[in-house]
Design a protein around this ligand. Structure first.
Ligand code: GUN
Length: 296
C-alpha cells in the first residue's frame, strides 16, 4: 500500500485566488471597477453566518467589492423576492447569492428562479443547470466546480471509471453526477447516483473507482466499504460538538479519513479539501460575471 495523494483544496484555493487577484489587478489597470459580489443572508443560522462571513473575507482578499444584505428570519417570501429583484436590476453588482438554507416558510425554488441567471454565480438557476447538462458555457455550482478542479489539477484519471455519488442534492450530488458523466475531462465516468432509497448501498460503494460523498453523516464511509485504490472526495462538513475546541465543535467529514485514507489513491481531507474550493469557485464565477464571459 502506498501513501494516498492528498487532494489539497486549501493549497489549490490559494493558487487560484492568486490567479483571480492578478486578473482583478489587470482589470483595475484598464480602469474597470472591481468585481462586486452581493450575498443575501436570511436569519442567523450559525453555519450560514460562517460561510457568508468567509465569502465576504475572501472577496476582500482578491480585491473584489462585496455587499452583505442581512434580512430578518421573519421576512416574507414576497419581500425577499423584492430584494432579489433589486439586485437583479442593480448594475453595480455583477453577481449575487442567496445563502441556503432559507426559513421553511420561503419556497427556495421560487427564490432560485427569481435570480437573473446572468447574475446567478451560485449556478443554481434552471438556465445554468440546463446549460451545464448540455455542456454549454454557464456558471457551474461552486462545490461541483471545485471538485472538478481538484480532480483536474491533480491529474486524476476519470475516463471509463465507475464513479459512485452518494447524495442527490441540487447543489452537489446531482450536478456532480452530470458533470462526471459528460464527454470531457474530468468526466467520461460511468456514474451511479445513490440516495436514501438506494438498496444495498454498501455493495455499490465497494465497486467505486471514484467516490463522491455528500450526505452530511459524519464518518459514514468506513474502510470496509471501499476498494483498494479508490479516489475519495468528501463533501461532508458537519459540526460535531467538541469540548476540547475553543468554538465548541469540530468539523467532521462523511468519510472516516483515518481508516479510508490508507486504501485510497487520492483523498480530500476535512477540513482543507472541498470546502475552500467552494468559496474560490464562487469568486471565479463572480470574475466571469464581471468580465461578461458567459452572458453579455
Ligand atoms: N448553502 C450551502 N452551500 C451553499 C452554496 O454553495 N451556496 C448558497 N447560496 N448556499 C449554500
Amino acid at each position: 500500500m502506498s501513501e494516498p495523494i492528498l487532494l489539497n483544496g486549501k493549497a489549490l484555493s490559494a493558487t487560484i485566488q492568486e490567479e483571480i487577484k492578478a486578473a482583478v489587478d489587470a482589470r483595475n489597470a484598464t480602469g474597470k471597477r472591481p468585481p462586486h459580489l452581493a450575498a443575501i443572508l436570511v436569519g442567523s443560522d450559525g453555519a450560514s453566518e460562517t460561510y457568508v462571513g468567509h465569502k465576504v473575507k475572501m472577496c476582500d482578499k482578491v480585491g473584489f467589492k462585496s455587499t452583505l444584505i442581512r434580512l430578518d428570519e421573519s421576512i416574507s417570501e414576497a419581500d425577499l423576492l423584492a430584494e432579489v429583484d433589486k439586485l437583479n436590476k442593480n448594475a453595480e453588482i455583477d453577481g449575487f447569492i442567496v445563502q441556503l438554507p432559507l426559513p421553511k416558510h420561503i419556497d427556495v425554488d421560487k427564490v432560485t428562479q427569481a435570480v437573473d441567471h446572468r447574475k446567478d454565480v451560485d449556478g443554481f438557476h434552471p438556465v445554468n443547470i440546463g446549460r451545464m447538462t448540455q455542456g454549454l458555457p454557464c456558471y457551474l455550482p461552486a462545490t461541483p466546480a471545485g471538485i472538478m478542479q481538484l480532480l483536474a489539477r491533480n491529474e486524476v484519471e476519470t475516463s471509463g471509471k465507475h464513479c459512485v455519488v452518494i447524495g442527490r442534492s441540487n447543489i452537489v450530488g446531482t450536478p456532480m453526477s452530470i458533470l462526471l458523466s459528460r464527454n470531457n475531462y474530468p468526466g467520461n465516468c460511468t456514474v451511479t447516483l445513490c440516495h436514501s432509497r438506494t438498496k444495498d448501498l454498501e455493495s455499490i460503494v465497494r465497486t467505486a473507482d471514484i467516490l463522491v460523498v455528500a450526505l452530511g453523516r459524519p464518518h459514514f464511509v468506513t474502510a470496509d466499504m471501499v476498494k483498494e485504490g479508490v479516489v475519495v472526495v468528501d463533501v461532508g462538513i458537519t459540526r460535531v460538538p467538541d469540548a476540547t475546541k475553543k468554538r465548541g465543535y469540530r468539523l467532521a467529514g462523511d468519510v472516516d479519513f483515518a481508516s479510508v485514507a490508507p486504501k485510497s489513491s487520492f483523498i480530500t481531507p476535512v477540513p482543507g479539501g472541498v470546502g475552500p474550493m467552494t468559496v474560490t469557485c464562487l469568486l471565479q464565477n463572480t470574475l466571469k460575471a464581471a468580465d461578461k464571459e458567459i452572458y453579455s
